[in-house]
Design a protein around this ligand. Structure first.
Ligand SMILES: [Zn+2]
Length: 185
């Protein structure tokens, strides 16, 4: 499934917003050929709690094979532990794309497991330990310029730790993207 430059520029423009955008990417077959459709689930919740965090979050109404969300420019430009767990935990999700200032993250997990609450909390703690390395080396995940090799190093540790899941996390910098081909189709 290929996301062309127009579509990517549209999603990239969402990064300027002060809230996350999320939804599904769907391949729509019609007589005039295949079309990629962005299904936006919710950009903004009217009834929100006082905390900004709540206000800026986007909630998927449902999951599908290819889901996406944005991490706006002001927020952390790497996946959260919850973002990663979501893909390990839900058999319906093949691939999750996260659009950030640094580029496009793609999370894929070959094997799935239904975590109970305790396992989820443990996994979250383990992932956060690894992700802390990224946080500490990138101005809290908000640096404009980053060392991609260093980030990759931390990601490799996560992939290795969860290799029984076949977990793969890739970051493709914007500078390397013209059209983006979702890898795991
Ligand atoms: Zn996220």
């Amino acid at each position: 499934m290929i996301l062309n430059e127009n579509l990517l520029q549209t999603i990239k423009s969402f990064l300027n917003l002060d809230f996350e955008v999320c939804g599904s990417i769907k391949d729509h077959e019609s007589s005039s050929g295949n079309k990629i459709i962005l299904e936006i689930h919710s950009q903004y919740k009217e009834k929100v709690k006082d905390e900004d965090v709540e206000k800026s979050h986007c909630y998927h109404l449902s999951y599908s094979k290819y889901i996406f969300h944005t991490h706006p420019y002001y927020s952390k430009s790497y996946p959260s532990a919850t973002d990663i767990i979501k893909v390990m935990n839900n058999s319906i999700i093949i691939s999750s794309l996260i659009f950030t200032k640094w580029g496009i993250w793609e999370i894929y997990s070959a094997k799935k497991m239904k975590f109970n609450d305790i396992q989820k909390a443990e996994t979250k703690e383990i992932l956060n330990k690894f992700l802390k390395g990224i946080y500490e080396n990138t101005d809290g995940g908000r640096a404009d310029v980053v060392n991609y090799e260093l980030i990759e190093g931390y990601i490799k540790k996560i992939e290795f730790f969860y290799k029984k899941f076949g977990l793969e996390i890739n970051l493709t910098p914007w500078s390397r993207i013209v059209d983006y081909d979702i890898i795991f189709v």
